[in-house]
Design a binder for this molecule. Structure first.
Ligand code: SF4
Length: 341
């Protein structure tokens, strides 16, 4: 088990969702980043990672680590001094690939500093950055044997607050590596398909790979990497866990795709209210339907439903009609009804 501030990352525990901040750090932006982290947390994010690339990142990283409502991690490549600085900035976790830090003694210094600071470490290996010593091995075997070697180093230095990730942009390689590692080690895994593509493509690839792994009990924490908004990464991760029955909490949205019969633009409405709805601390189902073909029927199975019929939008609660409003008033009516619970 790894402990990252108040977050326990462990096999058999609740699977957590992570994301990675999408821009460089500046002190000027730090307060806005902290606010954005709170919004991400409301959507279901439990940990956020930042690239830490220069000494200039120290001040904003320290501010964010101090004010963030969820644990923060620093992502380090090549320069072990950045890892030491990030730990001094009080991050809760660092992600390193010891293979690109260079001299083993530098990794040892980082590991000892993490222990002194009470921080966790993720050994993060990607298929594209494996050591030369693994040439000739399959990618999954190379990742697993390299991770086990680094774990051995860490244990010899007395450090076990470790998470491991073995990622490839190839879903089969990602699954094979995670399965193989799970057979050989009890250390918790952070799972994800790396460089998974735009939101639609990533959602398909990630759901295939991570869904299979999670069904087998592999994966203590995950990221659905997207060439897109980090909020969507969190929404996708949370939805995957809900779909698999691993999370029982949160808002479940049922929405029709809209067709030529629609009298209410479900696409625009769902897009407009999605983040607000998914940020509610409620365990409810909300249906958003375009016409009377399936609207009243879906409303029966939902806690709340909005259904377009002719010029009006009808609001239901547990299948019973609450009121009818103009389409432009549907958002206010829906949230008022939910808020009055
Ligand atoms: S509910 Fe109505 S608008 Fe939506 S997809 Fe079905 S028939 Fe089309």
């Amino acid at each position: 088990m790894a402990v990252v501030r108040n977050l326990r990352i462990e096999n058999g525990g609740e699977v957590s969702v992570q994301t990675m901040y999408d821009s460089a750090l500046t002190m000027e932006k730090a307060p806005a980043i902290v606010s954005r982290i709170s919004e991400l947390a409301a959507l279901g994010c439990s940990l956020i990672r930042f690239s830490f690339v220069s000494p200039d990142d120290y001040e904003p990283m320290r501010y964010i680590a101090t004010h963030s409502v969820i644990p923060v991690a620093a992502d380090i490549h090549f320069d072990y001094k950045m890892a030491l600085l990030a730990l001094d900035a009080d991050v809760d976790k660092i992600r390193i690939n010891p293979g690109n830090i260079g001299d083993k003694r530098k990794t040892e210094e980082v590991v000892k500093s993490a222990a002194d600071h009470g921080a966790a470490i993720r050994i993060g290996l990607n298929s594209g950055s494996l050591p030369k010593s693994t040439e000739g091995m399959s990618v999954p075997d190379a990742m697993v044997s390299t991770a086990l070697e680094y774990i051995d180093w860490f244990e010899k230095w007395g450090f076990t607050n470790t998470v491991v990730s073995l990622k490839s942009s190839d879903t089969e390689e990602t699954m094979a590596a995670a399965r193989s590692f799970a057979r050989l080690s009890d250390y918790p895994q952070h799972i994800g398909v790396t460089e998974a593509g735009d939101p639609v493509i990533s959602a398909v690839r990630s759901t295939w790979a991570l869904g299979n792994l999670l069904k087998e009990g592999i994966g203590a924490t995950l990221r659905i990497s997207m060439t897109g908004e980090i909020e969507d990464e969190v929404i996708a991760g949370a939805e995957l866990l809900r779909t698999l029955g691993l999370w029982k909490r949160g808002v479940r949205i049922v929405s029709c795709p809209r067709c030529g019969r629609h009298s209410f633009d479900t696409i625009a409405f769902e897009k407009k209210i999605r983040k607000r709805l998914l940020s509610l601390d409620k365990d409810i189902t909300v249906a958003i339907m375009g016409c009377l073909v399936n609207g009243p029927g879906e409303a029966k199975g939902a806690d709340y439903a909005v259904t377009g019929m002719k010029e009006k939008v009808y609001l239901y609660r547990k299948g019973s009609l609450v009121c009818s409003v103009r389409p432009e008033d549907a958002e206010a009516a829906l949230f008022e009804a939910i808020g009055n619970e």
